[in-house]
Ligand binder design. Sequence first.
Ligand SMILES: Cc1ncc(COP(=O)(O)O)c(C=O)c1O
Length: 372
Amino acid sequence: MTAHRSPATIAVTAGRPPREPDGPLNVPLVASSTWHAGGPVGYGRYGNPAWSALEEAVGLLEGGRAVAFSSGMAAVTSLLDQVPVGGIVVAPRHAYSGSLGLLAELVEAGRLTTRLVDVADTGAVESAAAGAALVWLESPTNPNLDVADVRACCAAARAAGAMAVLDSTFATPLLQRGLAAGAHAVVHSATKYLAGHSDALMGIVVCGDDGPHDAVLAHRSSRGAIPGALESFLTLRGLRTLHLRVERAQQNAGDLAARLSTHPAVARVRYPGLADDPGHRRASEQMDGYGAVVSIEVDGDATAADAVVNRCELWVHTTSLGGVESTLERRRRWPAESKDVSESLIRLSVGIEDVEDLWADLSQALSGTQSQ
Ligand SMILES: Cc1ncc(COP(=O)(O)O)c(C=O)c1O
């Protein structure tokens, strides 16, 4: 009913209870593990009003049918489990380390095989797609911010008879719509921008008409990676302000990326919004904005990068991203992070604070490096 409205309006209005006298504006938080017999849901593992409300809203924003999960990785798992035993998965050589780590575990277990490619190299994705069961895309990638040609890669997957999946966590449904670009399914770590306040772990899969919606739903019901009612409630509440948060955060990110690219202590900046970034042209064509994650390589080694992180007083040193607060971390502090990621790379998740305060803190932290 609201699909023709703008995303900002959908984010505010979708997933609301019916308008009736003394009815609540928000879907009630129902803490019940089971339901009286005789209805279509029956048990708490099969449904909760808070999930349905969130799924309605995110489904409308992405243009498909959504299934919510207890975390982004649970959502990722529900899709990877669609690959037949022995199937081939094409995946980015560097992308979110959790997804790549899970793929490596499945390879180790003999469950499937992978072909790892540079996802920004469309020709490489096209060649690898032949004979594959699944083409896994992430764009922009975490943390290198590579940008895939989503439309061309999905077309290659489809031509090869493979399922095309896009992890669109960094873009949010506001900046990129993977289903319209040809993906069978889009996945989000809703823990990040959708929830937006660093207070809930959630994941969501959204499928197009020919996507694996029913299989993903059946996977959640039988495996049990269901979201909590409170987390679903918090994620929907976060979604109400997604457009405002993303608008402000990416404005801050663009501003900081430009300043960082002339800072003497910074060897490299990756941000698709910078005119000289390798992903700029493609992101400008296929996205409605460049997002709010900026990655920098400091001029120095891991120790120098750690020192920058530790000198920050306003920026929070933590993993995760997409919250209202600005956070940063050196990604290679995690042993599981790809060796293709520089030891001196710091991933910045730019929040919605005043940009001058953010710059003052970051530039003092970077300048300390130079005086060492
Ligand atoms: C791009 C991307 N996909 C998936 C995930 C996994 O999500 P979660 O931590 O909610 O399980 C993350 C988490 O950082 C991520 O950055």
